[in-house]
Design a protein around this ligand. Structure first.
Ligand SMILES: [Zn+2]
Length: 442
């Protein structure tokens, strides 16, 4: 049987959480807004409207590039990518092709420790949204999303399986969230993924002759399913000595399969040309240095994982805390309240346990949480004078049990311990009560 090697690359679109859109000053937040209320001549593509690039979107894209170890292009420009679709009123999308803002980066995944090479990160605008199904014969268009800043992160085709693909996406999502540039919420569509999938035969010299792109997948689970389905489908075609079609497919949620949408376009089909209405983006040394500083002040997920593991926190707990930035932030605030002795005596792991097992609520203030954790973790101190009183009373009140014990019944002494525990409302550890009682009855 021929062994085929999966060749998988990922294109991920992330909507930036800027106040305004990419090339006009309409609000970029469109979620829950009534249709076609955040629009203007620029994002409706009306003739003569002039786009002006959003500086914050450019800065945030560079921040992401720096966080992912990319080279930053100091002079880049926007281009028009032509295609016809009803949600794209200009007939072209303003994007970047020849000179992406960021290139040649990498992202190391925390669980598998695999490093994924990043080919490029560029900036473009989102399209409008088509709403189907309100009635049988029409579709409606909402242009609120048209022109929202969209970052596209493209990996090299270096991913070997669906599990790594999902881990890459989860890690990328964390980076974006830690940088605070997008909520990267796949359910809301502010992060979408398109895997490119092909299989390399042993006889292929370079990359395979074809690739299949699966469009706009909006959950980590579906990405895994789509990739696994494609690998199976393509294997069965190759085994018949045929070559799968180069095409774009869509993921079918209902049965976890993919279905053909159209034959895949090549770059030249888009007739890219420089956008004449927007001057080149030039990043000078001062701007570069200040962005670099900003990235260095953010504790990114990989660095946070190291910080947590260095505090002697179990790796699986540390991964959980990296996953939930809010909980991680909260823990680190509480750790700052701890004494040196507490930090060295395993108290931090106890804090983590209380937090992860929800034994103490994270809705408390950090001071309240810390105080409660201290009480809970303290070994119960035994008030010996009071215990002796309880023991004396118990002996007085359980004469039969005492004589039974003296005759050799172990059950009898346990019954006395039980009565002391009950009387003292559990103020003592049973083991200590038993030891003391034995001493007295000796
Ligand atoms: Zn607008």
């Amino acid at each position: 049987m021929t062994i085929y090697t999966p060749i998988i690359g990922l294109e991920t679109h992330i909507e930036l959480a800027t106040q305004t859109k990419m090339f006009c000053r309409c609000p970029a937040e469109y979620f829950n807004a009534p249709p076609n209320t955040s629009v203007c001549p620029v994002c409706l593509g009306l003739p003569g409207a002039m786009p002006v690039a959003n500086a914050q979107a450019i800065e945030w894209t560079i921040l992401l590039g720096l966080a992912l170890n990319c080279t930053i292009t100091t002079r880049s420009f926007f281009e028009r990518k032509h295609y016809f679709y009803p949600d794209l009123p200009k007939g072209y999308q303003i994007s970047q092709y020849q000179s992406p803002l960021c290139e040649n980066g990498s992202l190391t995944l925390p669980e598998s420790n695999v490093t994924i090479p990043i080919r490029r990160i560029h900036l473009e605008e989102d399209t409008g949204k088509l709403l189907h199904g309100s009635s049988k014969n029409n579709s409606l268009i909402d242009f609120n999303r048209s022109g929202v800043p969209l970052v596209e992160v493209v990996t090299e085709p270096a991913i070997s399986d669906s599990r790594i693909a999902a881990e890459y996406l989860q890690t990328l999502q964390k980076y974006v969230q830690y940088l605070g540039i997008s909520d990267a919420d796949m359910e809301k569509g502010s992060m979408r993924c398109e895997p490119n999938i092909s299989l390399k035969s042993p006889s292929d010299k370079g990359l395979p002759q074809y690739k299949v792109e699966v469009k706009n997948i909006n959950s980590f689970k579906f990405v895994r399913k789509a990739i696994d389905f494609e690998l199976k489908r393509q294997t069965s075609i190759l085994q018949k000595n045929e070559i799968p079609l180069q095409e774009t497919r869509r993921y079918m949620e209902a049965n976890g399969s993919t279905a053909s949408m159209r034959q895949k376009e090549e770059a030249h089909d888009y007739r890219y040309m420089p956008e004449p209405d927007i001057p080149p983006v030039v990043i000078n040394q001062d701007q570069f240095n200040s962005l670099k500083k900003r990235v260095e002040t953010v504790e990114l997920p990989n660095k946070r994982l190291k910080t947590l593991v260095n505090m002697q926190i179990k790796r699986e707990d540390a991964l959980l805390l990296v996953d939930d930035k809010y909980l991680g932030d909260f823990l680190l605030e509480i750790v700052q309240l701890c004494t040196k002795e507490e930090k060295q005596s395993g108290f931090i792991q106890k804090l983590v346990n209380y937090l992860v097992n929800k034994k103490i609520s994270h809705t408390l203030s950090k001071h309240e949480f810390y105080a409660k954790a201290k009480t809970l973790s303290k070994p119960v101190e035994t008030d010996m004078a009071s215990l002796k009183n309880y023991i004396a009373n118990a002996i007085e009140n359980n004469k039969v049990a005492v004589s039974d014990y003296k005759l050799g019944s172990l059950n009898a002494i346990n019954a006395i311990v039980g009565s002391i525990m009950k009387e003292s409302k559990g103020s003592f550890q049973a083991k200590i009560v038993l030891d003391e009682l034995k001493k007295v009855l000796r």
